[in-house]
Write a new protein. Structure first.
Lengths: 108, 261, 118
């Protein structure tokens, strides 16, 4: 039940965050480089939005991957281990992603 | 009954498998004369009686109430006893009959339904009534009976279970048949253990494993709706303690007339 | 395989989901180059902005759009009693997804062709 709820609630959150991401970052299509991204990412507000976005994406992606993998009878038996693997990957990815988001500083 | 009917023939393409001789299933064609009113089950009977006595399939009541004769006809799981043969023929006059998918084949069209029955027993399909039995009867309101959506008419034929790809991948999944039965009991005001039932269904192999594929609704010969039952159970499982408390309150007045009467 | 519109939508949702998980980790690797400073970031980003990648981005758009629209369809099925309309909802999801992919894909294609010409 918890995995289902994580997937559904993160999905609803993603509908909002993904719309923001697509309209702000990718519309209209333009050549992407550090300076263009910095125009937006230097601001702490955008950094916060992106960190939340990252959190919800990882929750949804890893919950989804867990469901796909444990749908198979052979993997269903080791679902406890799958949860741990998903949590660990999620934690590492979240830390790395947050670090990256914070790295968008104007060069000294 | 037209004069042309007596000479028309149909091809019945059946999947055969004899565990003593075959390594793999194979298809075999039989030709039968098309008579008015022939059902697919009638065709199988005639083939077995007149052409090949080794053809093996399950059947009993022949009027869509026992649930024995569910098979895969032209790609869809159906009962064959109330299915007119004429309507199942493709352009070349052929009907293709295979056993229910995703289950081990015992012989020809007979499959092993052990996991089907295991999941059924797992959900405790019987009613657990209160210890206080009323003098006359339990009183349920029309709305309470309406909420069951005729789930009690399920004939346990297995068409839904065997159409579900989640079952195809994982036999630990509770399955649409058992979920529907659990729904019938959980929503019944006479049942004293809805919270328990919902807890059992909240795990990784319960109602949250359904991927909303909807094949079960398409397959059901009684037009039942296991997917909607599962969605209802999902919502109830999220607040099962409150639901349990409400059930205890309701059971205090089970032998009393309904307010509207 | 027991085929139906429900099974097709499940399959597409799964395939796009798995593809998006793989994409997510590749994306994090590319954007993660920001940790090395602006020059490293720009260099790595240049690797993934050629015409082949631009076409890949349109495929990515299609995957995200289908996954999201099918997901919305599931949310509706979860919160409302609409199983009766399951087939029309599947086709509605196909149509809405096609419209969004075409609407988003045309500017992307135009941009790619401009970049190739210039």
């Amino acid at each position: 039940m918890r995995i289902f709820q994580i997937q559904r609630y993160s999905a609803i959150a993603l509908l909002v965050f993904l719309t923001i991401h697509m309209t702000v970052v990718h519309y209209p299509p333009f050549h992407i480089d550090f300076t263009r991204i910095l125009e937006r990412m230097a601001s702490p507000v955008w950094k916060t939005i992106d960190i939340f976005f990252l959190g919800f994406v990882l929750a949804h992606a890893l919950a989804g991957a867990y469901m796909v993998i444990t749908d198979f009878e052979s993997m269903y038996g080791v679902r406890r281990a799958m949860i741990w693997i998903a949590v660990i990957i999620g934690a590492i990815a979240f830390v790395y992603g947050t670090k990256t988001i914070l790295a968008f500083q104007p060069p000294v | 009954m037209g004069r042309g009917d007596a000479e028309r023939t149909a091809t019945v393409r059946v999947q055969r498998f004899n565990p003593d001789e075959d390594r793999e299933p194979r298809m075999q064609d039989f030709t039968i004369v098309l008579r008015p009113g022939t059902t697919v089950l009638d065709a199988l009977h005639r083939i077995k009686t007149e052409q090949d006595g080794t053809l093996t399939y399950r059947r009993s009541c022949r009027h869509a109430i026992c649930g024995s004769c569910a098979m895969n006809v032209n790609g869809a799981n159906r009962l064959v006893c109330n299915m007119p043969l004429r309507e199942q023929l493709d352009r070349s006059g052929t009907v293709t009959i295979k056993p229910l998918p995703y289950l081990p084949i015992i012989k020809d069209l007979v499959v092993d339904r052990s996991t089907f029955w295991e999941q059924y027993l797992r959900v405790r399909p019987w009613l657990v009534p209160p210890d206080d039995v009323p003098e006359k009867e339990f009183r349920l309101s029309p709305a309470e009976v309406e909420a069951l959506h005729h789930a009690e008419t399920c004939i346990m034929c297995g068409a839904c279970y065997s159409s579900c790809q989640v079952i195809g991948m994982n036999k630990s999944y509770v399955g649409p048949h058992a979920a529907l039965k659990a729904f019938l009991r959980v929503l019944d005001p006479r049942d004293t253990i809805p919270g328990d039932r919902l807890e059992d269904l909240s795990g990784g192999d319960g109602v949250y494993r359904c991927h909303t594929i909807f094949n079960c609704i398409d397959a059901c010969p009684k037009n039942l709706n296991p997917t909607q039952a599962i969605e209802t159970l999902r919502k109830l499982a999220a607040k099962r303690e409150a639901y349990d408390r409400d059930r205890r309150v309701r059971q205090a007045s089970l032998s009393e007339p309904i307010a509207s009467e | 395989m027991y085929t139906s519109t429900g099974y097709i939508s499940f399959l597409l949702r799964r395939v796009t989901g798995v593809a998006l998980v793989i994409y997510l980790f590749m994306h994090m690797w590319v954007i993660g180059s920001a940790n090395g400073g602006p020059e490293v970031f720009d260099a790595r980003l240049n690797l993934v902005q050629g015409p082949l990648f631009k076409l890949g981005e349109i495929a990515l758009l299609a995957a995200v759009v289908w996954h999201a629209i099918d997901g919305i369809r599931l949310l509706i099925v979860h919160y409302f009693d609409v199983t009766e309309y399951r087939r029309s909802m599947f086709w509605a999801a196909i149509v809405v997804s096609a419209i969004l992919v075409i609407a988003g894909g045309i500017p992307m294609l135009t941009f790619m062709l401009e970049e190739m010409g210039g």
